[in-house]
Design a protein around this ligand. Structure first.
Ligand SMILES: *[C@@H]1O[C@H](CO)[C@@H](O)[C@H](O)[C@H]1NC(C)=O
Ligand SMILES: *[C@@H]1O[C@H](CO)[C@@H](O)[C@H](O)[C@H]1NC(C)=O
Length: 237
């Protein structure tokens, strides 16, 4: 009886682990870490699905990469939509802005497309966290919230405070960027968001007002906690 209860509690507990545990197990390579996570990490799941602005900001802040669509300049598919993967941040772990920032090289498909036509759509999904999998939601389940941000992409001017902030934020979340080939003329791009479409729960598409989205004071510190926990655990190991 007790054994059964223990097993079911364990299963429930694993089921409620935060999205970041995916990274956690990947990086440390052991499943024991899931069990040793403290219960407060349960708080780190997505917000109430009815809170559209909070949900939109949560999803972008808690993903590490985006699918980025542009209008292709490749000769065989000129004018076709073309999609790529880019690492993304919306600010530092401690300071979310809601604006997607990317580290780009003019050698890449996307930057070439954007140089001709800066219109783009960026897709991010809770599927990137472990949330949907833990809830047994298919990636297309509307409860597996996804955001489609559309707008024009702009270069962030080098040397500005925003550039310094965005670059530090990108390198903080994606340390591998520090070792990207130095001769690729890396620059930082951001989206000036024109529309935020979201599939969030049942009942059709939702549109989040851009102004409310940008003005929202996102104080979730799950990324920062996750990062600190990772380092704390590694230091202890
Ligand atoms: C967070 O980032 C914004 C946008 O760059 C900046 O205006 C603000 O001062 C930052 N806040 C903190 C606490 O770093
Ligand atoms: C955002 O919320 C935090 C915590 O409640 C608060 O300390 C901070 O001043 C707020 N920032 C803005 C710009 O309202």
């Amino acid at each position: 009886m007790w054994k059964l209860l223990f097993i079911s509690l364990t299963i429930m507990y694993i089921g409620e682990c935060s999205p970041h545990d995916k990274h956690h197990t990947r990086w440390t390579g052991t499943t024991n870490d899931i069990i040793t996570l403290k219960p407060h990490h349960k708080m780190h799941g997505p917000p109430d699905h009815k809170k559209l602005v909070a949900m939109a900001r949560y999803v972008l802040h808690n993903v590490d990469w985006a699918s980025i669509a542009s209008i292709s300049v490749l000769p065989a598919i000129e004018g076709f939509p073309f999609s790529n993967v880019k690492s993304v941040v919306d600010g530092s772990m401690a300071n979310s802005t809601g604006i997607p920032y990317f580290y780009m090289s003019p050698l890449d498909f996307t930057a070439r497309d954007l140089a001709k036509n800066s219109r783009s759509t960026v897709l991010v999904s809770l599927e990137e966290t472990r949330y949907c999998e833990n809830q047994n939601f298919d990636p297309e389940d509307p409860r597996c919230t996804r955001l489609m941000l559309s707008g024009k992409m702009k270069k962030v001017k080098e040397g500005t405070p925003e550039y310094v902030f965005a670059k530090a934020a990108l390198f903080e979340r994606h340390p591998a960027m520090a070792n990207f080939p130095p001769d690729h003329n890396w620059f930082i791009a951001k989206m000036k968001i024109a529309q935020i479409a979201m599939v969030d729960w049942f009942g059709g598409a939702k549109y989040v007002p851009v102004k409310d989205y940008l003005a929202y004071n996102y104080t979730g510190n799950e990324m920062l906690d996750y990062h600190n926990r990772l380092h704390y655990n590694l230091d202890k190991a």
